[in-house]
Design a protein. Sequence first.
Length: 331
Amino acid sequence: MIDVLRLTRELIDVPSVTGDEFEIGNSLGELLTRLGYHVELQDIAPERSNILARTEGKPRVVLSTHMDTVPPFISSSEDDEFIYGRGACDAKGIIAAQIAAAEKLRAEGFNEIGLLFTVDEEVTSAGAKVANEYPEASSCEYLINGEPTDNRLAIGTKGSLQATIRAEGRAAHSAYPEQGESAIEKLLDALNCIRGIDWPADEVFGETTANIGVISGGTRANVIPSAAEAIIQIRLAIDSGSARTLVENAIDGRAVLDYKSVHDPIRLTSLDGFEQMIARFTTDIPYLSNWGKPLLVGPGSILDAHTDGEKIRKTDLLAAVDLYVQIVKQL
């Protein structure tokens, strides 16, 4: 049987910040091969591959999550209650729990299950987009995606809109500002209008929220900046078309929008007998539409993900194994 706690620490201790998933992919591929799965590496880019593993039959249910993490790498540690380190809850503990659940199911004679571990979920879901073209995806009836939901079954996830906003100006000596045009001031005006948007709410998904995550521009304090840009991330409770209209009206031609990723809120498959929630974050699910009806559930709290103190409760990890087994059986 799989030692979930030990495997979680071993996976955490393999650095896999987005773009550097080669070693973690190899490690998982070797582990699953030793366990007797049919394993395929699906190349995304040089030294970046999704891991697909299945039992003897074509999988009707696939357990899935991602291998990559946000930076920086943080090695594992533990105390009596928690395991700590980068990926503890997002999502290496989930990988360990899903593998352990698959092993329990195989031991009970369930031979139509699979595992899918993707790269790049933390940036553009490039791995999921390629996985969606996998020829045998259409034979799968259900996809159980793992993200930290406190072991509650998510009945929906917010949508997402990520965009770069670029403003252009004209460089000049800062002592003679009338000779130039500040791209930074144009960008700030556009961003301030975005901050002032009165976003419509939704009775299921709640409020739409916008984050200005990155701002860059200019070269020196004594030069009027000729270029500036910002990256925004909007968590959508409304349809993406309405959100784009609001953003474009707010910018009003002062800058250029470049949409990096856009998808609407998603209602997920629900099951009776499980505690439920709405996920305010986004996942690979929108890009895995060919893999059957989606469910979302996993151990750990999203509030611990992406933090310096990322952690996962040991009892929650162990409970997740049984939870995944129970869900697969019910499906």
